[in-house]
Design a protein around this ligand. Structure first.
Ligand code: 1HE
Length: 269
């Protein structure tokens, strides 16, 4: 489905393409000629899309066209800004990427080629990252004389630690796809050309979860993980009780107890 077919969906800029695969919305950065550099209309479009997820969409797959996921902030748009305008521009990114991370459905990002600067900030807002071996990660802001402004200093240390992020920015280090997998930038490293297939498989799995489970994992877990143990455990008990009392949970547990096929935990292959 092209973006104009998606009834009720926000109008997307030319740099974003929307396709549907059942309950999975596939949102693609469509600026390969500029290595999917993120200009203001693209960032605003991402924010609007995630703020208005359409009924029936249960997961989003986020990907980039061409050989690179994203080269980050569109540097040609980096104008002279006074301090207040600079803060507001960064806050615009924050709002958009918060919609990705704290929206209504889980997001699977498929990564290839450059995942750099704001591109890595965007990838870090997704819930699951699938990388191809061509992926490489860098924060060239350090070398450009600027700082991350798209939420990277809050999200990336939570993936790889503040020390690794500081070292990346101080030295301009790039991590390969293989290294990114080892340090926790990606959850899956797949064979070349397999990213979309794996990403879609995962997105469909996530889309079939109980709505409450996805909600709890997106909205309760990050808060619990940042809380003191005492407050976190109290929140956990509340969320667990709410989740268990939902009819969908009762039905899923009954399916296991009645030995319905496909309900047993699978050993890793
Ligand atoms: C761009 C951008 C961009 C490419 N803004 N136009 N990000 C960076 O510092 C990364 C800058 N980009 C690169 O280092 C390279 O482009 C890549 C390693 C990603 C890809 O290299 P390559 O050889 O495949 O492509 P290219 O020839 O460098 O670029 C192709 C075109 O894309 C070219 O434009 P053309 O009109 O000359 O064809 C490039 O200028 C254009 N292009 N990347 C604008 N980023 C919220 S704060 C976040 C802060 C940041 O993200 S800072 C990090 C920015």
């Amino acid at each position: 489905m092209r973006k104009e077919d998606a009834a009720g969906a926000p109008k997307l800029p030319e740099s974003l393409r929307l396709d549907m695969d059942g309950p999975v919305a596939i949102l693609r950065l469509e600026r390969a000629h500029k290595r999917n550099a993120l200009n203001d209309p693209t960032v605003l479009g991402i924010g609007a899309f995630f703020a208005q997820i359409q009924p029936g969409v249960r997961a989003v797959l986020l990907t980039g066209s061409g050989e690179h996921f994203s080269a980050g902030l569109d540097l040609s748009e980096l104008q002279e800004r006074d301090v207040v305008d600079g803060v507001m521009h960064s806050r615009m990114w924050h709002r958009a990427l918060d919609e990705v991370q704290f929206g209504s459905v889980p997001v699977v990002a498929v990564l290839q080629g450059a995942v750099v600067g704001g591109g890595l900030e965007l990838a870090a807002a997704a819930h699951i990252r699938v990388a191809e071996p061509s992926a490489f990660y860098a924060l060239p802001e350090g070398q450009r004389g600027i700082f991350v402004g798209g939420g990277g200093s809050a999200r990336i240390p939570r993936l790889i630690g503040a020390s690794r992020m500081a070292e990346m920015m101080l030295t301009g280090r790039a991590y390969s796809g293989e290294e990114g997998q080892q340090i926790g930038l990606s959850h899956y490293l797949v064979a070349p050309g397999e990213g979309l297939r794996k990403g879609l498989e995962l997105a469909h799995k996530v889309a079939s979860n109980a709505k409450m489970t996805n909600f709890a994992l997106m909205h309760a877990l990050p808060r619990i993980a940042e809380s003191s143990q005492d407050q976190g455990l109290f929140m956990e008990a509340l969320v667990a009780a709410i989740a268990q009392s939902a009819p969908e949970a009762k039905q899923r547990i009954a399916q296991f107890l009645s030995k319905q096929a496909g309900t047993r935990v699978q050993r890793p292959r």
